[in-house]
Design a binder for this molecule. Structure first.
Ligand code: DLL
Length: 433
C-alpha cells in the first residue's frame, strides 16, 4: 500500500522542485547554526544561495564519519539542546560512537517515513508487528516502533534477545509482521524448531529485514524457513535511522529512497567523482528536512547503485540496489577485494549448508590467509568425513572461481557459530588486532 500517494508518486519534475526548496532551507540552517558546515562553505568560498540546482550540490565538500567524531558529542547539532527531544548513537567498531539528535518535528518526520516504509513492506493498520530490533541507542527498535504506531498497527516492543520468550509470544499473540535483522530472524526460526514449534504454524505474512547486508540467496532462505515474504529496509543513524529507503513488496527489487527527504548520490569512493545511474559506488546522502542533525553529502560507506527505472508499485522515487557491503567491510585478501556478502552468495549455492558463517582472516609468513567457517545442517553433518571433506573442497573451488581468492573452508558442527541478537559479526580480522 502507498501511504503517502502525494509524495511517493509525485512526478519527478515536481519532486525536484520540492527537493530544491527543502535543500535550500537545509543549507541555510546548516550554514548559520553548525560551525563545521560554515567552515566547510567558507573554505570553498560558497554561500548557501550559490546552490541553485540539485546538480550544484556537487560544489560542496563531503562530510565523513570522522567529521562527526571530531564534533562529538553534540557539535553537529543545528538547534539548541532545548529543542532536542531524542538522542541516538551508533557504536561502530572503533572509537567514540556517532551521536545524533532529533527535534520533535524530526521524530514526527521519521515516524511518518517509517510508517511509509512498513506500508511499502506489506504492513497495514490491521497487522500485529513483532518488533525484534533492539530498543535503546540503536535506531532500529524505536524507529520501527514509532512508525508502526503512526501506521496504526499493533506493535509488540519485544526488542532483541530473550529468544525463547519471543517464540512463546509469537505463538500466543499471532503477530503478522516480523521486524528484525536477517541474522536474528534466522536464529528465531532455529529456536522455534528447537522448542518443537515452527514458523509454518505462525501467522507471519511479511518480514522487514535490514540493518546489515544480506544476499538475495538469504532472502530465499528466510522465506523458506520463516514462511513469509522477506523485504529489505535500509537506513543509518546519521541520516535518520531505519526508513531512509524501503523495498516494496510488489517488486522486491531494490529499495525506494524517500527522495522528498533525502538526496542520494553515488560516488567513486577513491576519487569522490559522482557516478551515473547504474554504476556501483559509495552511497552519499544529503538530508533535506531534518532540523536537529542535517547532513550534507554524507558518505555512508555503503556500496550500491541507483536504478531510475519506473517501478510496478507506482512509486516514482528512485531505487537503490541491495547494499552489497561497506567500504570498510571490504577485505583485501592478497590484493583481491572481497565482500562478506559475495562469500555468502557462494555458500548459499550449496545444499546442506546453513546460512551461518564467519570469515577469519590472518597473516601467515606475510601472506593473508582466509578461512571460511560455515555450519552444516544435521543431515550433512551425520555423513562420512570424506563427504564433508569433498564438500569443503567444492566450496573452496567455487570461491576461487567466482571471487578469485583462495580460502580454506571448514565445515563446522550445527549451531557452533555464535548467534547474534542484532547485527551479525561476519568477519574476524586478526590482521587488525
Ligand atoms: O542499522 C538502522 C536500521 C535499523 C536499518 C533497522 C534498518 C533496520 P546503524 O546502526 O547506524 O543504523 O547502521 C547503519 O547498517 O550504513 C549499513 O552499512 C547497514 N545497513 C542498514 N540497513 C541495511 C540493509 C541502522 N538493508 C549501517 N542492507 C548502514 C545492508 C544495511 N546494510
Amino acid at each position: 500500500m502507498i501511504l503517502d500517494v502525494g509524495f511517493e508518486t509525485m512526478p519527478r519534475e515536481d519532486l525536484e522542485q520540492v527537493q530544491m526548496r527543502r535543500l535550500q532551507a537545509t543549507l541555510e540552517r546548516a550554514y548559520y547554526n553548525v560551525p563545521f558546515y560554515r567552515a566547510q562553505f567558507d573554505k570553498n568560498s560558497i554561500l548557501p544561495s550559490d546552490i541553485k540546482s540539485i546538480a550544484d550540490l556537487q560544489k560542496l565538500p563531503f562530510t565523513a564519519k570522522q567529521d562527526l567524531r571530531d564534533n562529538y558529542p553534540f557539535g553537529m547539532f543545528a538547534v539548541p539542546m532545548d529543542n532536542v527531544v531524542r538522542i541516538h548513537a551508533s557504536s561502530g567498531t572503533t572509537g567514540k560512537p556517532t551521536v545524533v539528535g532529533y527535534t520533535a518535528r524530526d521524530i514526527r518526520t521519521w515516524s511518518e517515513l517509517m510508517a511509509r516504509a512498513l506500508a511499502a513492506g506489506g504492513a497495514t493498520r490491521g497487522d500485529i508487528i513483532h518488533n525484534a530490533y533492539g530498543y535503546g541507542l540503536f535506531t532500529g527498535g524505536l524507529g520501527v516502533h514509532y512508525g508502526a504506531e503512526k501506521l496504526g498497527a499493533s506493535v509488540i516492543p519485544v526488542s532483541g534477545g530473550n529468544t525463547k520468550r519471543q517464540i512463546v509470544l509469537m505463538k500466543d499473540f499471532g503477530p503478522t509482521i516480523l521486524t528484525a535483522t536477517p541474522s536474528y530472524a534466522l536464529h528465531l526460526s532455529e529456536a522455534a524448531l528447537e522448542m518443537g514449534e515452527s514458523f509454518e504454524h505462525f501467522k507471519f505474512k511479511f518480514g522487514i529485514f535490514g540493518a546489515e547486508p544480506w544476499s538475495e540467496k538469504m532472502r530465499g532462505e528466510l522465506e523458506e524457513k520463516l514462511f513469509l515474504t522477506a523485504v529489505d529496509i535500509y537506513g543509518l543513524s546519521e541520516v535518520m535511522g531505519p526508513g531512509v529507503a524501503m523495498e516494496c513488496h510488489e517488486a522486491k527489487k531494490g529499495l525506494h529512497i524517500f527522495e522528498d527527504h533525502f538526496i542520494p548520490e553515488i560516488i567513486n569512493p577513491d576519487t569522490g567523482e559522482v557516478l551515473p545511474y547504474g554504476e556501483t559506488g559509495e552511497l552519499v546522502f544529503t538530508s533535506i528536512t531534518k532540523e536537529a542533525f542535517p547532513v550534507i553529502r554524507y558518505r555512508t560507506r555503503d556500496i550500491t547503485s541507483l536504478n531510475p527505472e519506473p517501478c510496478i508499485c507506482g512509486r516514482t522515487h528512485i531505487r537503490m540496489n541491495r547494499v552489497s557491503g561497506r567500504t570498510d567491510d571490504m577485505l583485501i585478501i592478497r590484493g583481491v577485494n572481497v565482500f562478506p556478502s559475495q562469500i555468502e552468495s557462494v555458500l548459499m549455492e550449496f545444499k546442506g549448508i546453513e546460512p551461518h558463517y564467519q570469515l577469519i582472516v590472518d597473516r601467515k609468513d606475510n601472506l593473508d590467509v582466509l578461512t571460511v567457517l560455515v555450519e552444516v545442517g544435521e543431515k550433512l553433518f551425520s555423513d562420512e568425513v570424506k563427504v564433508l571433506q569433498d564438500e569443503e573442497r567444492n566450496i573452496s573451488k567455487n570461491i576461487k572461481e567466482y571471487l578469485g581468492v583462495s580460502a580454506t573452508v571448514r565445515l563446522v558442527e550445527p549451531k557452533s557459530i555464535a548467534r547474534s541478537e542484532g547485527k551479525a559479526v561476519r568477519v574476524i580480522d586478526h590482521r587488525k588486532i
